[in-house]
Design a protein around this ligand. Structure first.
Ligand SMILES: [Zn+2]
Length: 362
């Protein structure tokens, strides 16, 4: 890492130790951050200003190479600049809300989105809880009890809503209609999973997961149902989910686009779904008509999806993926390369699909 950089526009060198320098290269609004280079005059490798805060309020500042950019060893140092910040003034927000916002920002920065920031004003009416510039769904809103989701989405619709208390009826209504995902925070206690509260007692052992509207292709599509292709995916770390969303690999598809209720589907799975419906049509299948009011059905199914027994939160072997962010080392970590949930193996899926097409599995 580096603690010095050069501002493109002026050629001026900036030093992360100096507060006024830092303020000029790391302003609150991420869109106002200037283009930066390596401090070596002959070198034009891009760097970005990164500020990471850990749970106890310690802040580190440094410059790192931009995602996928060239690297060099000019002015390299081993340690970032460490500053201690006063605990933020109480704003009336709950600890949980503040914690989840900070967590999402920290994950974004770990993923290489160095400009991720909290509390960013996007327009007269929209102040994002977290904003990641220049990515799909870069506006992230965190809510325990959803209010005005529809209205607030319209004002800036490139958004992902993270909803906490989805046992609440209002949340359920929004969850499956607007670009929302349920966030569960759990911890292993003996042989069972319990609700974790890392905003009270730290992230140690806690898993933060995206659930309810994260969809995956069924191993075998259900030909008897118009929307028989997808099912709810379990055990997706929030970090992996947001990584897929921001990289463009996973998108929101509204109700009855590819599933009864709205959900987040990988672009790859959606292409397979499109192929599936094309093949069905070619075979003259007549799926149920689309015009039927399916809202009740969606709500019923959705409610069922929301209330798995506690032991369904984890498998016997524990979750497949972890999203532990307890280590605050500022270096990008290979453990955070965020493996996408493994798709079903193509040949066996294809074999089952062919068998289904030819009537073998029905
Ligand atoms: Zn350089």
């Amino acid at each position: 890492m580096k603690v010095k950089a050069r501002v493109s526009e002026t050629g001026q060198e900036v030093d992360a130790h100096i507060d006024s320098d830092w303020a000029s290269v790391h302003p609150t609004d991420p869109r106002a951050r200037p283009l930066l280079y390596c401090p070596e005059r002959s070198c034009y490798n891009r760097v970005s200003a990164v500020e990471l805060q850990n749970a106890s309020g310690q802040v580190t500042r440094f410059f790192r190479f931009v995602r996928n950019g060239p690297t060099c060893v000019h002015a390299e140092v081993d340690e970032p600049v460490v500053v201690v910040r006063e605990p933020p003034a109480r704003t009336g927000e709950t600890d949980e809300h503040q914690w989840l916002k900070d967590y999402v920002q920290r994950m974004a920065i770990r993923l290489g989105y160095d400009d991720a920031a909290t509390e960013v004003t996007l327009s007269d009416t929209v102040r994002a809880d977290v904003f990641v510039p220049n990515v799909p769904y870069g506006r992230v809103e965190v809510q325990r009890v959803a209010t005005d989701v529809a209205e607030r989405t319209r004002h800036f619709d490139d958004v992902v809503w993270l909803l906490r208390a989805t046992f609440n009826e209002t949340n359920k209504r929004y969850l499956f209609t607007w670009p929302c995902v349920q966030v569960r925070v759990v911890r292993r206690q003996g042989d069972r999973w319990v609700i974790a509260e890392p905003w009270r007692d730290g992230l140690d052992g806690a898993l933060v997961r995206a659930t309810a509207t994260v969809l995956q292709a069924r191993p075998t599509p259900n030909a008897g149902e118009e929307f028989g292709f997808f099912e709810t995916e379990k055990h997706v770390p929030l970090a992996a989910f947001l990584g897929d969303v921001w990289s463009g690999q996973r998108r929101w598809y509204g109700p009855k686009t590819a599933h009864r209720f709205g959900g987040w589907i990988t672009v790859e799975d959606f292409a397979r779904y499109t192929e599936w419906t094309r093949e069905r049509r070619a075979l003259g299948e007549n799926p149920p008509s689309r015009g039927e009011p399916l809202a009740d059905e969606a709500t019923t199914s959705a409610s069922a999806a929301l209330d798995p027994p506690q032991d369904q939160v984890g498998t016997q072997d524990g979750p497949r993926l972890t999203d532990d962010l307890g280590d605050e080392s500022p270096e990008p970590q290979t453990g955070l390369s965020l493996p996408a949930p493994e798709p079903p193996a193509a040949p066996s899926w294809w074999t089952r699909f062919r068998r289904w097409l030819t009537g073998g599995s029905r």
